[in-house]
Design a binder for this molecule. Structure first.
Ligand SMILES: [Ca+2]
Length: 193
């Protein structure tokens, strides 16, 4: 209970019922925050198999997704949108269950088959080479979506949806901070009265 402890350290005392109510409020809000804040560190990306034009078979492993392909999304030539810290980054190439490739991921793997190995530079070129395609068929090209922060492999995520995706996350955090500030002043006032 770091919040409560912090408030108590500030020398605020208040009736036990108020304390309980406040604890409930903070618990409810903290319960809602992890989904918005966590980086989902444990995600393991599925292996995709590529047969290159020269007949070589390459397994794109979790490690290769993370060390060669995802970093290409951080290249300014591709996009300046901060995909690598986005909560949606796992769904750039994969379906919502992260078990298989979405249409954009499939097009990328197809584009990668023209290279003899998977490097960050090749991944960047491959992403740019399918930039003008509209892999998910939602009317926005892949590169437009990558630049506007929507998923190029998910037709339900288009630039018009963008705002709805952000407001809930920040709303929770702003709400949490605001309620702590307000409670602080209420209790300081009541304890000095
Ligand atoms: Ca699209």
């Amino acid at each position: 209970m770091p919040m409560i402890k912090y408030l108590n350290q500030m020398g605020i005392s208040f009736p036990i019922d108020m304390r309980r109510a406040m604890a409930m409020l903070i618990l409810l809000m903290l319960a809602a925050v992890p989904g918005a804040l966590s980086d989902e560190e444990g995600v393991k990306y599925p292996t995709a198999v590529v047969i290159t034009d020269s007949g070589k078979v390459i397994n794109i492993t979790d490690e290769m997704w993370k060390t060669q392909i995802y970093p290409a999304l951080g290249d300014r030539d591709v996009t300046t949108y901060k995909w690598l810290t986005s909560t949606k980054k796992d769904y750039v190439f994969f379906d919502r269950s992260i078990k298989g490739l979405n249409p954009f991921g499939q097009d990328l793997v197809e584009a990668l088959s023209h290279y003899d190995n998977i490097t960050m530079v090749n991944a960047k070129e491959a992403i740019l080479s399918i930039g003008n395609l509209d892999s998910d068929g939602d009317g926005y090209s892949n590169i437009e979506e990558l630049r506007m922060g929507t998923l190029p492999g998910d037709p339900t995520d288009t630039p018009t949806w963008e705002k709805e995706d952000y407001i809930p996350q920040y709303g929770i955090i702003i709400g949490l901070i605001a309620s702590v500030v307000v409670l602080h002043f209420i209790f300081r006032k009541s304890s000095s009265a």
